[in-house]
Each structure stands twice: as C-alpha cells, then as structure tokens.
Design a protein around this ligand. Sequence first.
Ligand SMILES: Nc1nc2c(ncn2[C@@H]2O[C@H](COP(=O)(O)OP(=O)(O)OP(=O)(O)O)[C@@H](O)[C@H]2O)c(=O)[nH]1
Ligand SMILES: [Mg+2]
Length: 315
Amino acid sequence: MDLVQAEATADLIDAGSPAQRRRALHQLERGLSDRLAALRAEILELEALIAYDIDFPEEDEGPVSPERVRRAWCVVRDRVADLLKTAPEGERLREGALLVIAGRPNAGKSSLFNALLGTERAIVTEIPGTTRDAIEAPAVIEGFPFRLVDTAGLRDTDERIERLGIEVSRQYLAAADLVLFCEERDDPSRDAFLTQVSAPVVVVRTKADRGGAGVSVLTGAGLPELRRRLAEVAFGQLLALGDVEPVVTRARHRTALESALREIEAFWAARTSGVDAAACATHLRAAVGALDDLIGAVTPEDVLDRVFAAFCVGK
Ligand SMILES: Nc1nc2c(ncn2[C@@H]2O[C@H](COP(=O)(O)OP(=O)(O)OP(=O)(O)O)[C@@H](O)[C@H]2O)c(=O)[nH]1
Ligand SMILES: [Mg+2]
C-alpha cells in the first residue's frame, strides 16, 4: 500500500456521504496511484528522448526530432495540469462545501436551512431578526457533503447583538464556497450584496406557496431542483468527471503536483533557451522526485505514524 492509498483508508473511515465513500474507494483501489505512476513513467520517457543529446552534446541533430520531444512534453504537462485542476473540488469533497445562507431578515433563511438539513435545528419565527448568531451543521445534499451555515439576516441596525451577528455573517460569507441568497420578493439590496461576495451565489425565491415560482418549505415545491443546483454549483466538475477519473483530495497532493508542474515548465524553458541537455534533465528528475514523494512508498510503520496518528483508537 502506498501513502495515497493509506490516506484513502483514513478518508473511507471518515466518509459521511456517498460521494466521499466512492471517492475514497476509488483512491484505495489505486485510481490515483495508477495515474501518478503513469505520469512518472511518461516523464522518465521524456528524459529518455533527450538521452542522445546528453551523450552527444556536440551533434547537431539527434535521432529524436525536436518536434517529438515537444509533443511528449506537452502531453505530460497537460496531464499534470488536468489532475491539478481537480484539486479545489477534490479538497472540498473531503471537507464539505461551506454553504452560507444569506438574505434580509425574515426572508426564510432558517426555514430553508432546516429543510435542507431535514431537522428543525434553527429557530423560526415571524419576527425579523430571529437568528442572531451563525449556526453551522453538516448536511448531505445529492450525495455530496456540505457544511450549512444559517446566518443573521443582513440589514442596518442599531441593536448591538444583532449587529454582532451580522458581522459573523459577513465573516462566513468571506469564507463561503457558495452562497444561497434568499428573497421573498425582488430584493433591492440583492445587487449590492452580489458585488460584495466572491463565491458563486444561488438566488432563491422563498415562500412560493404564497404565489410565484421558487421554493416553499411548506409544500416542498422547488426543493429537489434547489438541491440539484447546489450540488452542481459546488461539485459540478466532479459530477462531470464521474467516478472513474482520478481526483486529488488533499493540500499535500496539490502542492506536490504544483511543484512537479513547475519543474516540467522549467525543463521546457531551459530546453528552449539553449541550456545543455543534462542540465535540462535535472528538472525532469525533480518532477519525478515530487511524484515519488506524493505516491510515497511506505513501510507499515510509516502508515501508522503518518496517517493513523490522528485516529482515535477504538473509533
Ligand atoms: N408560507 C410560508 N412561510 C414561510 C416559508 N418559509 C418561511 N416562512 C415564514 O417566514 C417567517 C420567517 O422565517 P425564517 O426562516 O425565520 O426567516 P429568516 O430569514 O431566518 O429570518 P431572520 O432569522 O429573522 O433573519 C416565519 O414566519 C416562517 O414561518 C414558506 O416557504 N412559506
Ligand atoms: Mg433566521
């Protein structure tokens, strides 16, 4: 078992949603390990292509055309870059997407929070300003993990506790992976709100049972569509990739691939600026080294120390 598989074992134990379980199983069954091994082999092949230039630096043209080297380099670079692109949603899959519910007081945020959660967790009343503090709870939506946050309704207020709650809302909004903006009818403050938030925003019309299209927590209308939309916005890339393509799920994977990609780019920069072949090849060696660290051939002791250290015995 390599380090990537050992990490998958830990992820499988921690998995709280079907998508996390499927991803961990895929990784445990070498889905990511095999891809990394293939990339490693491709980089070594690229190095072999320039071996003639290393051995006979004075010759004008080696047996391998420069065009062939360029093509092989492009393929390797693109494959590393493609794998790296899965990192944001892959890491989000392990941690749960932070979904922050926002909107004016009384817009129906807490009601929607409870509906998405499937339990009456937040207090709901007809009085605007009911929610004073942010409440966070884990939820599974369309099989994907989310961390739902209900917040204090946003408005100008002189009331001290409510103001503090709104400040907390703003901090959550700054950290959000996506925002669900609730409005009962056209909210004149919506556009100003949208310009302040950098995460993607899903706008939802609440209390649809009172007329118009949208979501109603009383009748359940619009809720399935909303759930699908939230999964699509938070995990659209993973949904498109399906369960067969490998995905990187940890910051450790991302930094290793970033460093491999940097070396692969540096190889080409050196190669195209007349640096001798042996010096160019050191960049490929460094890229292979980064992948080796990532795959991490481990001994059983390493597994125990590095991965299971965080476990509670008996969990
Ligand atoms: N008819 C109807 N009423 C709703 C619906 N959703 C919420 N309400 C009502 O709207 C009022 C406010 O709901 P909340 O969920 O507390 O609204 P909020 O946005 O959390 O309000 P604050 O916490 O004050 O910011 C309550 O009286 C709810 O019962 C709905 O789908 N249909
Ligand atoms: Mg509320």
